[in-house]
Design a protein around this ligand. Structure first.
Ligand SMILES: [Zn+2]
Length: 168
């Protein structure tokens, strides 16, 4: 009879039998002694390593419990970093869009026929309309020493101007 019970014990979990379980104190799957069962389900175990008694958690259950948290965390981080990335990327895009809108608004009031063909030697005036062979129409937005910032449809460009006057 005892042999029969032993063989059953070998195949089925039972109180007093060892089982592999997750120990939250040791933070790893270890051999635990089964302390309590409900039906065929192990509900309470004692860690053979640290001796702590706790609810039974199989490695799978732990993985299932840990994984969604980790996924949520990862997703949150991804969203956050993605959001950061997006917002980091957004300003240039927004700036370009803003520049284009500014350009289009400014161009709407101008007669393109009056545009000055851009040349490095040109002497710009603020608000002057230029025609650049690569960037198209542009408006003199700001002037520095020998350089001018133009507002083109594709955004702001700083180009050399007044080269001759700087040289003289
Ligand atoms: Zn333990």
């Amino acid at each position: 009879m005892s042999l029969h019970r032993l063989s059953r014990k070998d195949t089925l979990p039972a109180v007093g039998r060892d089982c592999e379980a997750w120990c939250s104190r040791c933070n790893m799957a270890l051999t635990h002694m089964i302390v309590a069962m409900v039906g065929t389900e192990v509900v309470r175990v004692r860690c053979n390593t640290c001796g702590s008694e706790h609810k039974h958690k199989s490695e799978r259950e732990v993985a299932q419990q840990v994984k969604p948290k980790a996924e949520r965390k990862t997703t949150g981080t991804t969203v956050r970093s993605g959001g950061t990335k997006a917002s980091a990327k957004a300003p240039p895009a927004d700036a370009n869009r803003a520049a284009r809108q500014l350009f289009q608004r400014a161009m709407g009031e101008r007669d393109r026929a009056t545009a000055t063909v851009y040349a490095p030697s040109m002497l710009p005036r603020l608000g002057q309309l230029v025609d650049h062979k690569a960037f198209g129409y542009g408006i003199v937005d700001a002037m520095f020493d020998g350089k001018t910032r133009f507002l083109f449809e594709l955004g702001y460009k700083i180009l050399v101007t007044g080269r001759d006057s700087v040289a003289s």
